[in-house]
Design a protein around this ligand. Structure first.
Ligand SMILES: [Ca+2]
Ligand SMILES: [Ca+2]
Ligand SMILES: [Ca+2]
Length: 213
């Protein structure tokens, strides 16, 4: 019995490694955090740009590496206009951040309009799709409203409770109107969604490189 279980487990892992197969393997990759209304040079190119400095972070919440080549980002317009196509592999627990400038370069190379990630400041949907054979499956999405998306606020999953979404508003503190609620945490592009605050001096060194270039 135990051998049968091990065989099935191994088979499941092998199937997950094949990028052409649909969910539940696809559910391993989730939208983890994003900034829709940038007011600083998030991508580090020396200028602040409303298109190029938006960003979306994804995370592998599963237990096996995932080939990202079938994954696409879109906004509320849906899968008729993709904003970015991933490449490479994402290890379990790892995150990958895509800036608007990355998106624009991908759009240019793949014949899409050069809108970048195109995250509307007055509310939009961040969507992650997966191409599977002739189908396009919605893997994960998050709809946000205007207040939480204002200047340099990111919205993301709590690292210790991934089903709970929060606003990372240390750079632009929320009032009581933020939905999801503000936390006083800094946005963490390319890093786990740990809550880093100005008071957390012990860990500030790990993230200050993002903000001080
Ligand atoms: Ca925007
Ligand atoms: Ca920039
Ligand atoms: Ca993050």
């Amino acid at each position: 019995m135990r051998n049968i279980f091990r065989f099935l487990l191994r088979l499941a892992f092998c199937l997950c490694a094949l990028s052409s197969l649909p969910a539940p393997c696809a559910a391993q990759i989730v939208v983890n955090e994003f900034v829709a209304d940038p007011a600083r040079d998030w991508d580090g190119d020396g200028t602040t740009n409303l298109r190029d400095d938006e960003w979306i972070e994804i995370r592998n919440v599963g237990t096996v590496p995932v080939d990202l080549s079938a994954y696409r980002l879109a906004d509320a317009e849906g899968p008729t206009v993709f904003r970015y196509g991933f490449a490479g592999t994402l290890d379990p627990g790892a995150v990958r951040v895509v800036y608007g400038s990355d998106s624009r370069a991908w759009e240019e190379a793949n014949g899409f309009p050069l809108y970048g990630l195109s995250l509307n400041n007055t509310g939009d949907v961040v969507s992650l799709y997966r191409l599977a054979g002739g189908d396009t499956a919605l893997v994960d999405s998050y709809a946000y409203r205007e207040v939480a998306a204002r200047d340099d606020r990111s919205i993301g999953r709590r690292s210790d409770a991934p089903s709970v979404w929060i606003t990372f508003d240390a750079l632009n503190p929320c009032t009581a109107t933020c939905d999801p609620a503000g936390t006083g945490c800094f946005p963490t592009p390319g890093l786990q969604n740990t809550c880093l605050t100005p008071a957390a001096t012990a860990t500030w060194g790990a993230i200050k490189g993002i903000y001080i270039r």
